[in-house]
Design a protein around this ligand. Structure first.
Ligand code: FAD
Length: 318
């Protein structure tokens, strides 16, 4: 079933869903099953699986020169999605990015997903690679998530890249896209970012998942701004609990978001790691309860490998 159908079927009840990362290369699928076995009691109708493109690393050679090597640390997104659907009978949402893909590779990836019966996709651009100061698309690849949405929507109309394909089998993907309550860091301003998000929806996206935020007002203001701009699809809040003190700086640096003053003070007051974690969990529970009370369509938790913490939050909110 499509994510949008799950949301419609819930008739205003707030759903719960989770996002998992593929294990590091060499790791086992059991790690994912262990995470999800513990979270299935919350009956998530869908599970997202992130996509990680190859990164460059530099290895020092005996000569002193550095060798640039490309490695993919977390492959397996599509296989994990298929395994999740098979084991739990819940829908899986693979993340698909522009970075590292030519348009033809994208088309082939979508054909694989379609043949596997996976008909949800979160369409993203991806970030710049380490050691690159901006996002660089493949020569024959997409520059923006909008272009990826257009390609998927085209396939939903039976449009393939090879123009000799007449009456191509239409796919039936439900397309999700990312939204940024605190603006995407590269966008010149909030209004411009909103306009680009609107274009993704007009091109065929059926719902939006937000970047994490720690101040619910940012989400509510974002939803209002989207509605005022004519974006009428469901907007799913993305939530991540802060669990370590260093994240007070690491989260804003990595995700370009602000942490509310009251929250920062609470974390700074905490005496040890355990106390910080407790503050983070309680904050996320309070956020979740308020979002649920306000009728958010779904609470989407970024697990980032920390099942125990996310489980405590989901239990308190259920
Ligand atoms: P876009 O929508 O393409 O926007 C990128 C920037 O370009 C924005 O500043 C936007 O304002 C601007 N822009 C958009 N269209 C235009 C246009 N036509 N002209 C000029 N400017 C334009 N990354 C991964 O690598 N793997 C993942 O699995 C992953 N999952 C994510 C899940 C969620 C819920 C979120 C919020 C992010 C995720 N990311 C992931 C990170 C994401 O790839 C980055 O945030 C990336 O920098 C932007 O992706 P996007 O799809 O929002 O890009």
């Amino acid at each position: 079933m499509k994510v949008t159908e799950h949301i419609q079927k819930a008739k205003g009840k707030t759903l719960v869903s989770f996002e998992v990362l593929p294990p590091l290369k060499g790791g086992s699928m059991q790690a994912i099953f262990k995470t999800l076995d513990a979270l299935m009691e919350f009956k998530p109708p869908f599970i997202d699986v992130t996509y990680h493109r190859e990164e460059f690393i530099y290895k020092k050679r005996p000569s002193g020169y550095y060798e640039k090597t490309a490695i993919r640390k977390r492959p397996g997104t599509v296989g994990i999605c298929a395994a999740i659907m098979h084991r739990y009978g819940v829908d899986a949402v693979p993340h698909l990015i522009c970075g590292g893909f030519t348009v033809e590779e994208t088309e082939n990836a979508l054909i694989d997903l379609n043949f596997l019966g996976i008909n949800n996709v979160l369409a993203l651009r991806g970030d710049a690679r380490q050691f690159e100061d901006k996002f660089i698309p493949e020569e024959e690849g997409h520059k923006y998530a909008l272009d990826l949405v257009r390609q998927i929507a085209g396939m939903n109309h039976g449009k393939y890249l090879d123009l000799n394909i007449q009456n191509g089998e239409p796919t039936d993907f439900c397309i999700g896209v990312a939204g940024y309550p605190e603006k995407h860091f590269e966008a010149p301003n909030f209004a411009a970012d909103l306009q680009f998000t609107k274009e993704k929806v007009e091109a065929g996206a059926g719902y939006i998942v937000t970047q994490m935020f720690f101040d619910n007002n940012k989400y509510f203001e974002y939803v209002n701004a989207c509605r005022a701009a004519g974006i009428d699809v469901p907007i799913v809040p993305g939530l991540k609990p802060l669990t370590r003190k260093y994240q007070l700086n690491a989260i804003p640096r990595k995700f370009f978001i602000n942490l509310p003053e009251e929250f920062v003070q609470e974390v700074q007051k905490a005496k040890d790691d355990e106390a910080v974690k407790q503050v983070g969990i309680e904050w996320c529970i309070a956020q979740s309860k308020a979002l649920k009370a306000a009728g958010a369509p779904c609470l989407h938790y970024y697990t980032m490998g920390d099942t125990e913490t996310v489980k405590k939050i989901a239990e308190a909110v259920a």
